[in-house]
Design a protein around this ligand. Structure first.
Ligand code: 26Q
Length: 806
């Protein structure tokens, strides 16, 4: 990648401004600068991009395709500049030209082609794959509308469409020549050939053209550029020309065009709950069919080998079950288009596909009605049916011990197709995303499958890219780390462990403290500018930022805040370190209880933040429209990281890793990757409380616990719940009866009351610990030192050696 002096870079900007925007330096806006700089990066990347692909082909590298319905990439300008080694010169040039670099970078629309953890993980993985120089690519959908934009109006979430493509997106390149066709609907006709083999024909199908848009994935200063290929659904050029009818026919045609373009129209906003919408099924098939066609075309061009060798050169990693139709689709292509017999096609398929599970929540397990798949994808249905028949017959005859479980393991049962079963049966690898999660899969949720295929199951604990989540978002801290231990940690993040030597080093701890203070001030400024609210930057910044879900228990957090408020009202002179509680969260638009929690947080904030009795000791902030860019502002400023899910429910979590890496201390349950964080940092450097996963499972097995009893026996808890029920803090018109009854009548399904007292006591401990600033900073440094283990570079190496065999 070419490097420039500041003068050269400014000259480049000037030239581009003139040629692309016909403007002089004096006329340029922030927006002009953004586009011009993005275009300089893109120019710089092109030769490496071509070269990387040529190398992969020449060396006959094995290639990985990370297939995902979501890539939550956020803004790319800064991370691309960073990875190209141009961030410093760009910052200096922008400043010299009299602009603020942040304001220039903010011109990029945050690309929200994902909901949360699963989508952001995919984006971190791409960064690590390229930075480690592996031949791996992303395949996803170019949704015209990303995840909705959240506005809060009178405490209520309102969703606005996210039309992220309204300005040109400078990172994408449309590749119409590489378009492929995807077919839906129609009928299947079977002919028996003279040799007895079967010929399959599809007739009367709807044809959709999948047009790829490629986004470069730039490795960190290593000249590697991989590809994120996003597919867009368009009407085929042929259909466009023949239907130029008149009158009714014309409108019929427009309807048809619209229904095709809808396939890549928008991202479904559900996170961890699945809804059986036909359009979503179309999206899933569209992604897998286009990608598999593309992979096979390229395989043939590159290698000229028979497809029976596919598994030696290709692995398809599927991100949850969402792309699990890849299993029958690959079978279909191998049999119907390439003429392979079933057994050979099956052998290839189950050596190509690998499946990552991200949840054990039953409401999130994907099941599709048989009829829907039969109507929309008749041939795919036939193949799934056959896979299921063979699988069940095999179980019956070859695994007598599993005979009683066949009905629970079947791919098709009760008129539904169980995508996780299809994915497990059709893949050579099944992995969970944290140790506990993988154990739960093996011992509970997928126990029968584990006893059938023990060799398939493995763990790959999630990670995050330390380049974006430390180097880019926290330059102050990054510099101090480099000053202390040298720059090797950037290439080998596990070397952050050398910081352990500095956990008693006063100058280093002072530096760290200063960086945290600086980040808190920047965030406080943002809060003031966006909400007009002044927060005390000497207070503890306590942060919970993630999708809003009952199992994540934002409700328990706000109960704690109500408790503190009640205490302060009773005793206004109570000695307490001031706290600022910061939330950011989107609720799925149809998730009523989650929206009620957002409303409750706002209501509590409106009372607490302006009550003079509180004397500024308590502030509650809800930052609207949580997205990657907002996370980048909040995370460097976090001091307490709330990771308080009901044990066993959070598969891994990745925000926990991001905040730890920026020196926050985790307040968490023994869930997901929190357990591994604790194992590394030790009990003294994390605040753990609450039920264990086993205890939670025991309660469930015995019909739950008695929430009423806790309500009646603990006056602190009763007071809070009565405040919910009876109009909170004296304002009778605002009440939260649904939240109240969910706990009292549905027996508190997520154990909020059960874990509440331990949570409260843990917070008392946190407050006391924060008073000993030296000890706190030592804890903070210890967390940063161990965070290298949670770099996605480590995770990707594990995938590369353990699953992909690169
Ligand atoms: C499925 C079908 C129809 C509509 C929507 C969906 C859907 C979409 C997104 C289902 C689930 C998701 C997202 C799940 C998710 O983000 N899971 C999180 O994955 C992270 C990465 O592994 C983990 O760290 C989190 O613990 C897990 O909750």
């Amino acid at each position: 990648m070419q490097q420039y002096t500041k003068a050269e870079f400014i000259k480049l900007i000037e030239d581009k401004l003139r040629r692309k925007r016909s403007k002089t330096m004096e006329e340029a806006t922030e927006n002009d600068l953004y586009f011009v700089i993005a275009s300089i990066v893109q120019d710089n990347v092109m030769p490496d991009w071509l070269e990387t692909q040529k190398e992969y082909t020449k060396n006959r590298n094995k290639q990985v395709y990370y297939l995902s319905m979501e890539f939550l990439i956020g803004r790319l300008i800064e991370s691309n500049l960073l990875n190209c080694g141009l961030l410093d010169v760009a910052n200096e040039s922008i400043q010299e030209m009299g602009f603020n670099p942040d304001k220039v970078y903010n011109q990029e629309h945050d690309a929200a082609l994902g909901n949360g953890g699963l989508g952001r993980l995919a984006a971190c993985f791409l960064d690590s794959i390229a930075s480690l120089g592996y031949a791996g690519h992303g395949a996803g959908i170019r949704y015209r509308y990303g995840l909705f934009e959240q506005r809060i109006i009178h405490g209520n979430q309102v969703e606005l469409p996210d039309y992220w493509l309204k300005n040109e997106y400078p990172w994408e390149t449309r590749k119409p020549d590489e378009s492929v066709e995807v077919q839906f609907g129609g009928r299947v006709i079977e002919h028996t050939r003279r040799d007895g083999s079967l010929e399959i024909q599809y007739v009367d199908t709807d044809k959709v053209t999948a047009v790829p848009y490629d986004v470069p994935v730039i490795g960190y200063q290593n000249e590697v550029v991989n590809t994120l290929r996003l597919w867009s659904a368009e009407i085929s050029p042929y259909d466009r020309s023949i239907h130029a009818g008149a009158g009714a026919q014309y409108y019929h045609h427009l309807e048809h065009v619209h229904s095709i373009e809808q396939i890549s129209g928008f991202l479904y906003p559900d996170d961890s709950t699945y809804e059986g919408k036909e359009l979503r099924l179309k999206q899933q098939y569209f992604l897998v069919s286009a990608t598999i066609k593309n992979i096979i075309n390229k395989f043939r061009d590159d290698h000229g080998l028979p497809l029976s060798k596919l598994a030696d050169y290709i692995t398809i990693q599927i991100n949850d079950t969402h792309p699990s139709l890849g299993v029958p689709e690959l079978m279909r292509v191998l049999m119907d288009e390439e003429g392979y017999p079933w057994d050979d096609a099956w052998d290839v398929t189950r050596h190509v596909m690998a499946y990552t599970n991200h949840t054990t929540l039953s409401e999130a397990l994907e099941k599709w009605p048989e009829d829907m798949i039969r109507n929309l994808l008749p041939r795919i249905y036939m193949i799934i049916h056959e896979i299921n028949e063979r699988f069940c017959i095999g179980l019956y005859y070859d695994h007598e011990e599993l005979r009683p479980h066949i009905k629970d393991m079947a791919i098709i049962s009760n008129g539904q197709i169980h995508m996780a079963h299809l994915a497990i049966v059709g893949s050579f690898s099944v992995n969970g995303v944290a140790k506990l999660h993988t154990e739960i899969l093996k011992q509970k949720e997928m126990k029968n499958f584990y006893s059938l295929y023990p060799e398939k199951f493995n763990n790959k604990t999630n990670g995050i890219t330390h380049r974006r989540w430390l180097l880019q978002v926290n330059p102050c801290l990054s510099d101090k780390i480099t000053d202390a231990i040298g720059p090797q940690w950037i290439h080998e993040p596990h070397k952050l462990i050398s910081l352990l030597r500095y956990t008693n080093d006063k100058p280093f701890l002072d530096d760290m403290r200063q960086c945290k203070q600086h980040s808190k001030e920047l965030l406080a400024k943002y809060i003031y500018e966006t909400q007009g609210l002044k927060v005390d930057t000497g207070s503890i910044f306590d942060v919970q930022i993630k999708r809003l879900h009952e199992y994540k228990r934002q409700l328990m957090n706000i109960f704690h805040i109500i408790y503190l408020y009640n205490e302060l009202k009773d005793n206004p002179n109570m000695d307490m370190t001031p706290r600022t509680f910061i939330f950011a969260a989107k609720a799925a638009p149809s998730y009523h209880l989650a929206k009620e929690v957002i409303k409750l947080i706002h209501h509590v904030a409106s009372v607490v933040n302006f009550d003079p009795d509180i004397k500024g000791k308590l502030k509650v902030v809800f930052l609207e429209n949580y997205n990657v860019s907002l996370a980048e502002k909040i995370i460097p400023a976090a001091e307490v990281s709330e990771q308080i899910s009901t044990a066993s429910k959070e598969a891994s979590g990745t925000g926990n890793m991001k905040m730890m890496m920026n020196g926050a201390i985790t307040c968490g349950t023994l869930d997901g990757a929190n357990i591994e964080i604790r194992d590394f940092v030790g009990d003294d450097n994390i605040f753990i409380f609450g039920l264990t996963s086993d205890e939670v499972h025991d309660y469930y097995a015995n019909g739950g616990y008695n929430a009423q009893e806790i309500y009646h026996s603990d006056p602190r808890i009763k007071r809070i719940l009565d405040q919910l029920n009876g109009g909170i803090f004296g304002k009778e018109e605002i009440e939260f009866k649904d939240l109240f009854y969910n706990i009292m009548s549905h027996n508190d399904p997520y154990f909020v009351l059960k874990d509440f007292v331990p949570y409260l006591e843990t917070h008392e401990l946190i407050e006391r610990s924060y008073r000993h600033q030296r000890d706190w900073q030592r804890m903070s440094a210890t967390n940063i030192a161990h965070s290298g283990k949670f770099s996605s570079d480590r995770t990707i190496r594990e995938y590369a050696t353990g699953i992909w065999k690169l």
